[in-house]
Design a protein. Sequence first.
Length: 204
Amino acid sequence: MTAVSPRSKGKEEGLIESFDGKEPRIAPSAYVHPLACVRGDVEIGEYAMVWPGAVITADAGTIRIGKCTIIEDNCSLHVGTYEDWLQTRPGFLEIGDFVTIGHGAVVHCRRIGNHSMIGMNAVVLQNAEIGESCVIAAGAVVPVGLKVPDRSFVAGVPAKIKSEIRKDQAYWVGEGFEEDFSYYADYIRKLRESRRIGPSPIEG
């Protein structure tokens, strides 16, 4: 992923915080909702989106989020294990391009490959690695250290690799759309043009 530079806070951006002298780096075309928080050594790529209530914290390593990746409402992304905190090895979380992290998911792993989808309220624990074009089912709990091959369907508590993704599931990982930025650019444009309507008064 191409490196991006820090930018000043715009009117649409959320709580952007430094940590231990390291600042988030957000691509100019990316979007961070005003009710999201991005903290520390975080890099967010072109046309990526961070939705309301999401919290991305890189306080014990680096988080890199690829282009056209969507971090949906109320997600929590955090880098670091016990060993990272003791500084015995560097912590990192790398999320690829065209990834979707579903509403309420908790991501604490090492890597999520391009075009993968993490389902709503799924949990991906420390040192797990998710390959490319994978689908992690809603509510799944991916255990510590699990290595998931490319094009896998994963489900359950604890989560297990069930099969390769089916043809109908390939839709959810957006295969074949690597060069189509128009959807992301148009969606971000609409977000930036939106205006606050409420809260509306309650009518008795």
